[in-house]
Design a protein around this ligand. Structure first.
Ligand code: PZK
Length: 287
């Protein structure tokens, strides 16, 4: 337990602590989930990779929108943040048709009330990226909602601003990732208001846990794409005939090593830094 911090929440793979009255500490563990189940085996350094990537993106997008990052700790897995009043919507941007977007399109021809051209295949690139808000489900899965429902939750002015900022963040990050051989299929942002009421980017951003990263060289629309980071673990679990209910299976050493290597590779491609440099001094990602 970090010194002086009071534990206030747990995500599937992260812990949240209060730091004084208006600070928070977000700590990323090495836990991994597949098919929505936390596995008993950890992936060494996964939490550092995700924290380093998140800090990298916060640093590079601060001109687009202010964010909650205050400091990156020496352990490389903990972010000191400002406490925000979080908005009650998940801000998803999709550049490709996958996951719940693909499911909704198959059923209705639309995603979040936005009609898409007919004849799209799974994983196809969309004519242009779309903002697809979702509710924050207390338990279980977030539910896609249309713009009118999201605007009722946050107010129409804030909704318009959040949509515009989320689309700008996606465009910036997708272009950066593409130039390094990675497709950013979709990503989820969470925003809040700071003490002055300023719209502020929170949570973790543009990590493999909040986004779908695909290897550009292997991209083949018409079916599901391999996950950049988790595919070894998923393939192994599927091969066991596991029924995808808790508890998940232990991962063997070679699957752990292969999965860790993919996380580190994503970090190095996206940041242009060696992961060893990051471990030696995490603040290298802040430039
Ligand atoms: C906040 N979560 C998600 C849950 C985690 C993370 N800057 C902020 N101000 C107020 N609240 C939050 C944030 C952020 N980020 C984030 N819940 C509240 C969450 C559990 C563990 F690491």
């Amino acid at each position: 337990m970090p010194e002086g911090a009071v534990h206030i929440g747990s995500g599937k793979v992260r812990e949240l602590y209060a730091l004084g009255d208006d600070g928070l500490l977000l700590v990323a563990s090495d836990r991994i989930s597949t098919f929505d189940v936390i596995l008993p085996t950890e992936i060494p350094d996964k939490g550092r990779v995700l924290t380093g990537l998140s800090a990298f993106w916060f640093s590079r997008t601060r001109e687009l929108v202010p964010n909650h990052l205050v400091a990156l700790r020496d352990d490389g897995r903990s972010l000191e943040c400002r406490r925000l009043e979080m908005l009650p919507i998940e801000c998803v941007v999709r550049g490709y048709l996958s996951g719940s977007g693909w499911k909704d399109y198959l059923r209705t021809g639309s995603v979040c009330g936005q009609a898409l051209p007919p004849g799209l295949r799974e994983s196809d690139r969309l004519p242009e990226p779309i903002f697809t808000p979702a509710t924050k489900a207390q338990s279980g899965h977030d539910e896609n909602i249309d713009a009118a429902a999201a605007a009722r939750l946050v107010g129409p002015e804030l909704y318009a601003r959040v949509e515009q900022v989320a689309l700008s963040l996606y465009a910036f990050a997708a272009a950066h990732a593409r130039s390094r051989g990675i497709l950013l299929a979709d990503t989820k942002f969470e925003f809040g208001l700071d003490a002055d009421g300023t719209l502020t980017l929170g949570d973790e951003v543009l990590t493999p846990d909040s986004s779908r990263f695909w290897e550009a060289a292997a991209y083949e629309p018409g079916g599901p794409q391999a996950s950049y980071d988790k595919q070894f673990a998923r393939d192994y679990c599927e091969g066991l005939g596991w029924d995808k209910t808790a508890p998940g299976p232990e991962l063997p050493d070679d699957v752990v090593a292969g999965t860790r290597a993919r996380y580190v590779e994503a970090f190095e491609l996206l940041t242009g830094l060696s992961f060893g440099e990051y471990i030696a001094d995490p603040r290298v990602v802040l430039r």
